[in-house]
Design a protein around this ligand. Structure first.
Ligand code: ATP
Ligand code: MG
Ligand code: MG
Length: 548
């Protein structure tokens, strides 16, 4: 085993611990409960919880619930389930930004009293104009020189609900000429007459992200506050607030490159649109790049974690090939999924030389390399099903399946030879007549004429019947939401194919929810966790397109 070099965050934490800066490392994962978590969040989860685990520290799960209009309890529940399913445990109870609202309010008063915050009555349009642009410095608000007493009285009135939404905001008094627009007297509090899922009607003013995040980190003793690159411009404000408030600890913010995947959209807003407009069947539709969608699709926590480890951590944004994620799950399932036989498009084969009243039980391994997985017994009889695609009346030599006058091996069973296609009046093939070659279970034929290929089959007299859903990528464009593109224009119309009457080994009747199988020659499948009847979802096909 080669030791992987440490990424920049591991190096930084190690250096801080070596220098005795912290007794232990504390990180946090801070989702806003305004949607389900997606694969990008998985990266952040693996990073924050992973670093805490690696360095013997702790990671908090904190809901960044400062914008009640878009947040819901169902998202809180889903996020907790997803983090747990990925295999991580947060330190202590779940935390909420909203449980710090009292302290944040006191700290707002502190800033007002020290002359570092003021109530501003500019309208949003006016405020935008005063803020300036990257090229043009901003100008001071006419309300900037209000006295501390006046500001405090106004802020108390804001809290008491005496102003309408949008009438005024609380702003930090920093520097309207600052090159960083985030430092041009940023908004700290706004009025939102909105019920909150945690605090009910207690508040009608809410802190914004910048006024909440760093202070919460400080309250929780977070040592390394790790976020995505778009927050780099907010770091000066993060530090300014920590410096100007009586916070109990001194957290530091670090940024890493967010995960983008080709053929995939990773924005909660856009994923919500897919759900709301019913392009998919809910947040956990197996085509969705949500953690809940991957779970239902048959991805394992191990594969998602492995993928996050493979992509590593960098200081710049990049686009990762979705084939790498597919490789991670394929690799996991190849090693771990028991094998089973399933026929997606059944075609009956009548074995004319096999006695009508005879059946037998054949043996097959649970997994070619894994003795610990239970072996299977396969009932065999005069009539079996094979896949329509595995029979042709005539074919060239490249086609190594069943052809009239030719032989094929039935996996873990006999070699058979086809004699005749049975057709209906419309000329469609409805069955095949064939013969078994005697003594060929586990043996070559005595006449020396070998079979070229191997196909899967299922006994007609004893099997399970079920639906199979074949999933393909949800988008047929590598960058469905780049530039001016509307991601909805690139939804793959063939992202779902339903095969209603498949047959498989009887053992599949007992498949546990989301339990994975390799259906031999077809791919990896798992039992759907929602359907009331027996349904299998294709997790991923067998063919690997990632050459890493
Ligand atoms: P979205 O843009 O999809 O709404 P968000 O960043 O607003 O995502 P949050 O709930 O605020 O969603 O995110 C929680 C944490 O997950 C944040 O620390 C954020 O930086 C991180 N995160 C979100 N998307 C990604 C991504 N694509 N790659 C890595 N980390 C991400
Ligand atoms: Mg966010
Ligand atoms: Mg967001």
């Amino acid at each position: 085993d080669t030791v992987k070099p440490m990424n920049f965050l591991q190096q930084l934490i190690k250096a801080d611990l070596d220098a005795g800066k912290h007794a232990k490392v504390v990180t946090r994962f801070p989702p806003e409960p305004n949607g389900y978590l997606h694969i990008g969040h998985a990266k952040s989860i693996c990073l924050n919880f992973g670093l805490a685990e690696e360095f013997g520290g702790e990671c908090n799960l904190r809901f960044d619930d400062t914008n009640p209009a878009k947040e819901e309890q169902q998202y809180i529940d889903a996020i907790k389930e997803d983090v747990t399913w990925l295999g991580y445990r947060w330190a202590g109870d779940v935390r909420y930004a909203s449980s710090y609202f009292d302290t944040l309010y006191e700290w707002a008063i502190h800033l007002i009293q020290s002359g570092h915050a003021y109530v501003c009555d500019l309208s949003p349009d006016e405020a935008r104009e005063y803020r300036g642009t990257l090229k043009h410095t901003g100008k001071n608000s006419p309300y900037r020189e209000r006295s501390a007493e006046e500001n405090q009285a106004l802020f108390e009135k804001m809290k008491a609900g005496e102003f309408d939404e949008g009438a005024c905001v609380l702003r930090a008094k920093i520097d309207m000429a600052n090159g960083n627009i985030n430092m041009r007297d940023p908004i700290l509090y706004r009025i939102r007459k909105q019920l909150h899922h945690q605090t009910g009607d207690k508040w009608c003013i809410y802190p914004n992200y910048d006024f909440a995040h760093g202070q919460e980190d400080a309250i929780e003793g977070v040592t390394h506050s790790i976020c995505t690159l778009e927050f780099a411009d907010h770091r000066p404000l993060y530090n300014w607030l920590i410096e100007h408030l009586p916070v109990p600890s001194q957290p530091k913010q670090y940024e890493f490159g967010r995960l983008n995947l080709n053929y995939t959209v990773t924005s909660k807003r856009k994923l919500k649109q897919l759900v709301d407009e019913e392009h998919v069947d809910g947040w956990d539709d197996p085509r969705m790049p949500t953690i809940a969608g991957y779970r239902r699709r048959g991805y394992t926590p191990g594969a998602l974690r492995k993928f996050c480890e493979m992509i590593g951590v960098s200081k710049s944004d990049g686009v990762v090939d979705v084939a790498m994620l597919e490789h991670a799950i394929r690799d996991d399932l190849d090693k771990n999924a028991p094998r089973a036989m399933c026929v997606l498009r059944p075609l009956k084969v009548i074995l004319t030389n096999y006695p009508e009243d005879k059946t037998e039980l054949l043996n097959a391994p649970g997994h070619p390399q894994r003795d610990d997985l239970p072996a299977r017994t396969l009932p065999f009889g005069r009539e079996i099903f094979i896949d329509e695609d595995d029979f042709r009346e005539e074919a060239n030599k490249k086609y190594k399946r069943l052809v009239i006058g030719k032989r094929v091996r039935l996996r873990s069973a006999y070699i058979i030879e086809a004699d005749k296609a049975v057709k209906n009046e419309a000329g469609e093939i409805i069955a095949v007549e064939a013969r078994i070659i005697e003594n060929t279970v586990g043996n070559d034929p005595e006449d020396g004429i070998k079979a070229k290929g191997v196909i899967q089959w299922v006994a007609a007299h004893d099997h399970a019947t079920f639906e199979v859903r074949l999933y393909d990528r949800l988008f047929n464009d590598p960058s469905p939401d780049s530039g001016d593109k509307n991601f909805l224009d690139f939804i793959n119309p063939e992202s779902l194919t339903v095969l209603p009457s498949c047959v498989g080994e009887k053992g599949l009747l007992n498949a546990a929810s989301t339990a994975a199988y390799q259906f031999e020659r077809e791919g990896y499948f798992c039992r759907d966790s929602h359907a009331e009847t027996l349904v299998f979802n294709r997790t991923i096909s067998l063919r690997d397109s990632w050459n890493g």
